[in-house]
Design a protein. Structure first.
Length: 121
């Protein structure tokens, strides 16, 4: 009969040292390659998406179901949509008023600066 040991043995193996390079600059070649690869990937995704959307847009059933889904979601969240729209309208009015005040202040300051220059001469 074989004896099965339940002891655990630990070994003194050093963990693999990962080279962490924070702040290390990439060479210009690496940056160019990364940029080109990103552009190629983005172009491929866009072209694929266009063909898929074009194909789906030609099917009436898909367009009908998208319309139903949009109508359902609009009806379901109509109160939130109205609330957000009204808040946005109020904020935009406040923003325009603040910008008008800032513009008036800026014009007044520039006129004062011109008057001070005229007085100095």
């Amino acid at each position: 009969m074989k004896h099965i040991s339940t002891e655990t043995h630990s070994t003194d193996i050093e963990p693999a040292k990962a080279k962490i390079t924070i702040g290390e600059r990439s060479s210009k070649g690496e940056l160019v390659v990364k940029g080109v690869a990103t552009a190629v990937a983005a172009a491929t995704i866009i072209e694929t998406g266009k063909s898929v959307i074009t194909t789906l847009a030609k099917h009436p059933l898909v367009m009908f179901s998208l319309g139903i889904a949009a109508g359902f979601l609009t009806h379901k969240y109509r109160k939130e949509i109205i609330l957000i729209t009204s808040k946005t309208a109020e904020q935009s009015k406040d923003f325009v008023l603040r910008q008008k005040e800032n513009l008036k202040d800026l014009i007044a300051e520039s006129q004062e600066a011109v008057e001070q220059k005229d007085d100095a001469k």
